[in-house]
Design a protein around this ligand. Structure first.
Ligand code: AP5
Length: 219
């Protein structure tokens, strides 16, 4: 099964993608995570991408398509992938179809997570993660059980993304509206697009996605 999670920054794509990995034995392919790994490793790609990401703009289609192409070709992706943060432009959507078709595969469902803009800003501005294991937290919605200690690994230091500030979030939302939202009709025309109310609790969103997958994808 190959799925796309589409939605604006902070819609919950990463949160839901991680849950789908466990439930359906998929590999999560997050272009944002891949780019942040390049930045952390100090590669040439990472250095070029950092400025663009910090400004809330999109990294070039060529760079992103090459990065995803390499990951889709890996044996780990054979059972299926959940794409989070990709595709983000019409060119990326068409390149993805071509990559999958070359392997005799296709997209099975595209899930759009719909969330109000004010809620997105609040979600992103409050987000942080464990510096050691990457477990995600939120100042208001998801605090560690013991203050200052990661629930998962016991780590005591936490990080915030450089692009998670109210000003950059507004720019990222504008980019989503102008460059990513226009690909929704591409998937609607293929009868692949399903909309989920992302304002619900994470568990309710997961249940809604499960329901869609159970009813639209043959076992
Ligand atoms: P990327 O990392 O993809 O960021 P994004 O799309 O802006 O999405 P986020 O990771 O911010 O949000 P999310 O939807 O995953 O939400 P999350 O689950 O974390 O991209 C970063 C940058 O990289 C881009 O700006 C661009 O520069 C570049 N880039 C990446 N891909 C690219 C591409 N394909 N082409 C070109 N450039 C690319 O949730 C957010 C918060 O809300 C969390 O704190 C979470 O706990 C909380 N939360 C989640 N669900 C709920 C809920 N239901 N209720 C309450 N809180 C919730």
């Amino acid at each position: 099964m190959n799925l796309i999670l589409l939605g604006p920054p902070g819609a919950g794509k990463g949160t839901q993608a991680k849950r789908l990995v466990d439930r359906y034995s998929l590999v999560q392919l997050s272009t944002g995570d891949m780019l942040r790994a390049e930045v952390a490793a100090g590669t040439a790609l990472g250095r070029a991408a950092k400025q663009i990401m910090d400004a809330g703009k999109l990294v070039s289609d060529g760079t992103i398509i090459d990065m995803i192409g390499a990951r889709i070709a890996e044996p780990a992706a054979r059972n299926g992938v959940v794409l989070d943060g990709f595709p983000r432009t019409q060119a990326q959507a068409q390149a993805l179809d071509a990559m999958l078709a070359a392997r005799g595969k296709k997209i099975d469902a595209v899930i759009e997570l719909a969330v109000d803009e004010d809620a997105l800003v609040e979600r992103i501005a409050g987000r942080y993660a464990c510096a050691r294991c990457g477990a995600g937290y939120h100042d208001l919605f998801q605090l560690p059980r013991v203050q200052g200690v990661c629930d998962v690994c016991g780590g005591a230091s936490f990080t915030r993304r450089a692009d998670d500030n109210a000003e950059t979030v507004r720019d990222r939302l504008a980019v989503y509206r102008s460059q990513t939202a226009p690909i929704l009709p591409y998937y609607e025309a293929q009868h692949l697009l399903r909309r989920v109310d992302g304002m619900q609790s994470p568990d309710t969103v997961t249940a809604a996605i499960d329901h869609i997958l159970a009813s639209s994808i043959p076992a």
